[in-house]
Design a protein around this ligand. Sequence first.
Ligand code: GTP
Ligand code: SPV
Ligand code: MN
Length: 611
Amino acid sequence: MADVEAALDAAGLSNPKVREYVAYYAELTGAERVEVVTAADDARLIQEALDAGELEPAGEGRYYSRSYHKDTARSEERTIVSTSNEADKGVYNNWRPSSEMKPLLHDRMRGASAGKTMYVVPYLMSPPGNDLAPWAAGVELTDTRTVVLHMIRMARVGVDYLNDLEDPDLFVRAVHVTGDLENLGQGTPDDQRYFVTVADERTILHFGSSYGGNALLGKIAHGLRQAAYDGWASKKFLGEQYMLIGIHDKETGKDYHICGGFPSASGKTNLAMMLAPDTLGDRYHVSFYGDDIAWLWVGQDGRLYGMNPEYGVFGVAKDTNENTNPTALRSVAPGTGTIFTNVAYNPATQEVWWEGRTPEPPADTTGWLDWKGDPIADRSPEQAGEPWAHPNSRFTTTLDNVPNIAQDYDEPAGVPIDAIIFGGRTRDREPLIRAITDLAEGVYDGLTLGAEATFAAEGVDGQLRYDPMSNRPFMAYSEGDYARHYLDVVGAASEQPIFAHVNWFQRDPEDGHFLWPGYRDNLRPLLWLLQLKNGEVEGRRTAVGILPKEEELNLEGMDVPAEDLERILTIDKARWQQEMGFREEHLKQFANLPDEIWEAHRRVAADLDAE
Ligand code: GTP
Ligand code: SPV
Ligand code: MN
């Protein structure tokens, strides 16, 4: 049995409630040792992980890790939000009573860390001193060293965050037990995994994975699910899957801040790391605040504020290259302490590679291993087309490594929010940008956000897989209550943000090419949006929002074909009318949807018919 008291004393972890919690789960999981970790332990833990073969060197100060091949992404089916109140059941939160789930998870975890070390990771999901810091403290217990190394990169980790709490009981209890990955029946009817947030007890119990959002509990489980619930329960804030950027106009000296929700793998990291296009770089600078999570609240001066609770980036590797995202490549350069997971790796040269890194994979395959660790050179002709890296392979680096990190990212104040944007992958119908000036219509737009159905999630042709507010996998309570809370929080702000729906992914119906080049040029529609808010342009009113007039978009240095531009700045009335029917069915699933949302829906539908 672990000597818990001695470990906590040695680390100076004095918070009595934390000590009780650690002792309870050390006993339950049967861990052999307990070790309290802070960011200062990084170098030692990296060395231990290298010695144990959990990490391999990937060039100076960078590391490579491979996860179990059936454990490579979040599992939405196995993720559950529990409370003791059935009214919290929504359409997407997989609600189950906590009286059922807590004992079940405790059974799974009992004795499951025998022979292992239980790492105690005290963390803070906010810049220190922020208005929302009272909801930001947590302690993750994990039996996997690479999870600790990721947590140190993704969150602020230190003992003082927990010792200094005003109310020692106000922290999230986040327990991660990996389990025997080779015998968990991942994806079968006998799946043993469970990822449960007991939201009204602020307790997270995750069993059966050591990957990403399943295991880094500060990030998705606390930063999104628990935060969404806490924000609603306290009536104080919103916890959203948003990126957050600053745009500095060097000519006027003004600073703007935009946050935005895009479903997973739809471009948040790319947008947040965006460099201004060459022709606009003299005037505008884009700074990075966050790429995956933002918490929003009304500050003391009455304005809407946002902050990124994370301390790092867990970014999609695929298609990251010098053209699409040079900032990301700088962020993972030698000396950054980056951990690459499930990319292709060459142990002889310590190089890494992923699809889209270069147009073609390395010509000389000698020494290269695919993400499963199998030599590329041994592949049969049938395997030739298989990707070298897993499509969800990622890089993990800290905010300090991001070259365009905002200077004030760590300040307690947060930043005032000028605009909230939504966007998904949509091959038709959705124009480049449509601005929405009415709060209820903005929230309605977020609730009907979707991405196109792929072969993986089959659907009716033209029908979206709806992903309300890009929060479908992170919904913590009922969607009707969520919409009410969103209207209340943002509605209370003295200055209303402008909303917009954007789409970088419209394609030519004939040859399938992207009609808009995307990436750094995405700054252009955002600048138009800010000009619209400032009354500097007027746009063109349509039933679904205000679109830019062609001459209002700054396209300097671009050559988008005229017919492509026309298509992305046009509303396809028939397709939109069809969409309104799908939306009605989608919204009908939600109990207690506020009248304002239904009114917005009817208003848009009627305006569309009248157009
Ligand atoms: P999560 O971390 O899963 O929440 O994802 P994310 O929203 O941060 O996604 P990310 O920015 O990593 O983008 C995922 C994919 O979208 C990558 O393959 C990008 O290359 C692609 N992508 C991003 N922006 C654009 C764009 O403007 N145009 C096109 N065509 N593709 C883009
Ligand atoms: C997402 O899936 O939206 C992510 C990655 O940001 S993970 O942390 O695995 O959830
Ligand atoms: Mn995400």
